[in-house]
Design a protein. Structure first.
Length: 122
């Protein structure tokens, strides 16, 4: 069993697609099934799990996801890259269980990007 798709509730499909492309996600699918259903699937670089959003896909309120999390190799580098792309992100926050950068999409769905700690260091 593998988790492969997470629905993200958004108000404006095109605005969300543009935002996630700026973050670095690949647009895998954008299909308008009918006047009431549009399906957009996007995947973060190197991820086996994608997100999907669109029209007629979920009953969740836009902005209601408050902690989607992805793992990154280097929190400082990812933060710098996102800032360069015009994405508003937090400072890198040091925690016992990793280094984190936080951001939100235009609807307020919140993401944390975690650099895992080096557990081999002791």
């Amino acid at each position: 069993m593998r988790l492969e798709l997470v629905m993200v509730p958004v108000t404006d499909v095109d605005r969300a697609k543009e935002f996630y492309e700026r973050v670095g996600f690949s647009a895998d699918h954008d299909h308008e099934v009918s006047d009431h259903v549009r399906f957009v699937q996007m995947t973060p670089p190197g991820s086996a799990c994608s997100i999907a959003f669109g029209k007629g896909l979920t009953r969740l309120e836009p902005g209601s996801l408050d902690n989607l999390q992805a793992v990154v190799a280097d929190a400082d580098a990812v933060r710098a890259e996102l800032l360069e792309r015009g994405i508003e992100v937090s400072e890198v926050q040091e925690m016992q269980w990793g280094r984190f950068v936080f951001l939100a999409d235009p609807d307020g769905n919140r993401w944390s990007l975690q650099q895992l700690p080096d557990w081999s260091a002791g």
